[in-house]
Design a protein around this ligand. Structure first.
Ligand SMILES: Nc1ncnc2c1ncn2[C@@H]1O[C@H](COP(=O)(O)OP(=O)(O)OP(=O)(O)O)[C@@H](O)[C@H]1O
Ligand SMILES: O=C(O)[C@@H](O)C(=O)CO
Length: 425
């Protein structure tokens, strides 16, 4: 199997977002959960996206997991590895984007690394190193209230520098808009001054096409789906890939029951839950009871069990920022997040035991915990439900074929949940 592009994604929803972008741009892509076991039969693909759950773990753990995945990819002949990060640059001053990028680049022999979270299709643009979410700078966007990685600085050169040993510079829009030669010259000029990581501005897809072309000349790059688009288009343009990916067969019906589990507390998910509540039963979990013992989990499973044969149900831990901060000040940020993810993953697994085969999960960490609990080793990529969210078909799991959607917290339109279920039969 000749794999042209390898990616290591720092969370599972991010991995399916990237796999969706690569597929839409012609690359036959598979998403694996961790490094695939040798016994797992993978289809013939152009790109492989290894999903890890390393966005919010200690930096040293993230580095170990990512470098192991990099070694696995290089052994399979992958020439370029994209470290897939969040389009809102979710991280803390302790990492993990800087440390992992440096480790991957060092493992590949050093050199300059392009870094850009721009993803114009979902409103993420970078100008003079400042990340915008729609019309708002990152630090004024809803990401300022993220439960695990609140973002308080839109200047990514500064954010990345705080996490990194290497010096960080900027490839500004003027250089990017002038095309690959000018952007490359800027990257080289930075390198002459000892700067080997560069945040790259990008506002339009053509900027990402430029960046994809120069990124492909190096062994490693770091970015979100926008850079994935640039890399995929550069590979197809170069003739190295036929660009023939198709998705329709992936959504062959699987039958069974359907359910939605939400642990994302993003503004988008909270609104999507309110909209879905008009047409589906929604159970709002009590997060405090979830943390303090198993009763709330048992009650949720029983509530869902009573309703699910009549149609899809939603079980949600999601809450507004004030409620989240109250809980976090009582139990700690990581402890409460982890306890809630564990609880929602148990509920997801129990529902699958009771016949759910079509499952939507909202939230990256929440999806990671659920997919791990279900022990799904890989996914094939189906058609897109909303920008960044494809239908996935499970591969190699003991429950048999399932259709899933792993929704990044901030993605999807108002009616996302109904739209997702409408594509899964
Ligand atoms: N009511 C709540 N109070 C505190 N924390 C919560 C609550 N509900 C969920 N959480 C936690 O908030 C975190 C949400 O992170 P998650 O990655 O799942 O969503 P997201 O950040 O919106 O999605 P993405 O990473 O895809 O953007 C999880 O750790 C989850 O367990
Ligand atoms: O890039 C994004 O915004 C998403 O794919 C993601 O990583 C959210 O978890």
């Amino acid at each position: 199997m000749a794999i042209s592009l390898g990616s290591i994604a720092d969370d599972y929803t991010g991995a399916s977002d990237l796999a969706n972008t690569l597929t839409k741009n012609g690359l036959r892509t598979v998403q694996t959960v961790g490094i695939p076991d040798t016994s797992l039969a993978l289809p013939d693909v152009d790109a492989i996206v290894i999903s890890l759950k390393i966005r919010s773990v200690p930096a040293s753990e993230a580095v170990t997991a990512a470098t192991e995945a990099e070694r696995w990819l290089r052994h399979r002949g992958v020439g370029h590895v994209l470290y897939k990060i969040c389009s809102t640059f979710d991280s803390t001053d302790a990492g993990n984007i800087g440390p992992v990028t440096e480790a991957l680049s060092d493992a590949a022999g050093g050199g300059s690394v392009l870094v850009t979270p721009a993803f114009p299709e979902t409103g993420r643009t970078v100008y003079f190193g400042h990340l915008f979410v729609g019309h708002l700078p990152l630090n004024e966007s809803p990401l300022k209230d993220h439960p695990l990685n609140p973002m308080h600085d839109a200047n990514l050169v500064r954010v990345l520098a705080r996490q990194s040993r290497r010096a960080v510079g900027l490839i500004d829009l003027a250089a990017v808009a002038a095309g690959p030669a000018a952007a490359k010259a800027k990257l080289n000029a930075l390198r002459m001054t000892g700067v080997t990581m560069a945040i790259a501005d990008a506002i339009f897809e053509r900027d990402l096409e430029t960046l994809g072309e120069i990124a492909l000349e190096a062994p490693v790059s770091t970015g979100a789906s926008g850079l994935g688009l640039g890399l995929a288009r550069a590979l197809v343009r170069s003739g190295r890939i036929a660009g023939s990916a198709t998705t329709e067969d992936v959504i062959r019906p699987v039958g069974g029951l359907s359910a939605i589990i939400a642990g994302s507390c993003s503004k988008a998910t909270l609104h999507q839950l309110d909209v879905a509540e008009r047409s589906m039963p929604v159970l709002r979990l009590d997060p405090e009871r979830l943390i303090s013992g198993p009763d709330e989990i048992a009650a949720a499973i029983s509530w869902a069990g009573d309703r699910i044969s009549a149609g899809p149900v939603i079980v949600a831990a999601s809450a507004a920022p004030e409620t989240v901060s109250r809980l976090q000040s009582q139990y700690g940020r990581e402890a409460s997040g982890h306890a809630i993810e564990t609880a929602t993953s148990i509920i997801a697994a129990e529902l699958v035991e009771r016949g759910v085969r079509r499952l939507v999960v909202a939230g990256g960490e929440t999806s990671g915990a659920a997919v791990d609990k279900l022990a799904i080793p890989a996914f094939l990529i189906g058609p897109e439900i909303a920008p960044g969210v494809p239908v996935l078909r499970s591969v190699g799991n003991r429950q048999g074929d399932m259709l899933l959607a792993l929704k990044s917290g901030n993605f999807g339109g108002d009616d996302f949940f109904a739209a997702a279920l409408a594509m899964m039969h």
